[in-house]
Write a protein that binds this ligand. Sequence first.
Ligand SMILES: *Cc1c(COP(=O)(O)O)cnc(C)c1O
Length: 465
Amino acid sequence: MRYVSTRGQAAPRDFESVLLAGLAEDGGLFVPETWPELGAAEWRAMRGLPYPVLAARILALFGAGAMPIEAMCRDAYAGFGHPAVAPLVQLDTRVFALELFHGPTLAFKDMALQLLGRMFDHVLAKRGERVTIVGATSGDTGSAAIEACRDRAAVDIVILHPENRTSEVQRRQMTTVLSPNVKNIAVRGDFDACQDLVKAMFNDAPFRAEMNLSAVNSINWARIAAQIPYYAAAALTLGAPDREVAVAVPTGNFGNVLAAWAARRMGLPIARFVVASNRNDILARFLAANDMSTRPVEPSLSPSMDIQVSSNFERLLFELLERDAEATAEAMRRFRAEGRMPVPDAAWRRATALFRGFALDDAGTIAEIARLHREAGYLADPHTAVGTAAARALAPEDAAIPVVVAATAHPAKFPDAVERATGLRPPLPARLSDLYEREERYGVLPNDLAAIEAAVRAHAHRNAA
Ligand SMILES: *Cc1c(COP(=O)(O)O)cnc(C)c1O
């Protein structure tokens, strides 16, 4: 299995090299040169497999088979809080929640990142290399990256967060990880300052080379690949390949819904994709009226979807343009320059044949959390609730097929919204219930590049004589 760039100017690479590279050198995103496809009999034979085994079989089709992938999947998912890893919970006659939040940080990022940390470690050890992962977080994604990298032999990780601007749960999920290869820094500044510091470190070429800087951001192909198996598992459970299903996905960077589309591309009968957004509705506007134009990001109750530029959309665009890399590069260039993406009518029609947009504001989100609790006895976080509302809004022609909603965060991760809607404050699961008693460790530094770089260097060299 080889990978090519959506912008056509990068040399093809294998899975391991794509894993380490992240972004292609032409600025594009890596996609499989050809999509692996399975026939109905092959899918049927995968029904009932334990989740890690199913995941390993699917990842092997994408070129991960050169690694001991089944052992890595077993290890990655062993610590999850549910024996099924990603259980399917029925909410009404046809809507099912696919719970992706049983990992260490209670959000769906763990499904991919727990595996990615292990993949990084394996490939780096084989090559005799080390990397330093640096990242900025407004609170949510930092803990998933830290949990993925903690105790990995070939990886050091430094995460910057804005001092006093994350919730206490978010901070503690990061700062109570006391593994020696993990460093948290609270920056005296806001999230933008943290992001600018990370960008500046990547732009400092000598520093970047010295530290062998890397990132595990959501454009990494391996993250998408690791998200395909749970859609396959859900579809198989509901009767695929002999029965169609639809999916509704709370969407930010478009990675999760793209993985669902990839499962269809591999031969599973996923007939409809509902792209669920909050009031940051660029994707809904695109699907309704071919209007892909950016507007300022507005904060909402579902912060992981407060995004205007969905980086993984480029992978779908490449397919909609029938893999014309030059046209993809030009559309992305104009999107960056003008804030509006020109998508030819034929490509837009290909998108709308499969994808539906949906957008819900905060009041609607609260109402949906309350409704789910009242009618199904189910506590949903705000992201998941946007997804279930999207599932209910499916057009009548899709009303006969079951809908899988990606439940992307545990309700205890967003207790204020859930309490506002239901009067109940969801407790943290038992394995996290002592979070408020655990020891924290983090540094506090000014918004100053030299000070941050010195801290990263000291962290990466802490074992040197
Ligand atoms: C990251 C995240 C999303 C968005 O997923 P994308 O793959 O970026 O579309 C949705 N919900 C939660 C809780 C998340 O953490």
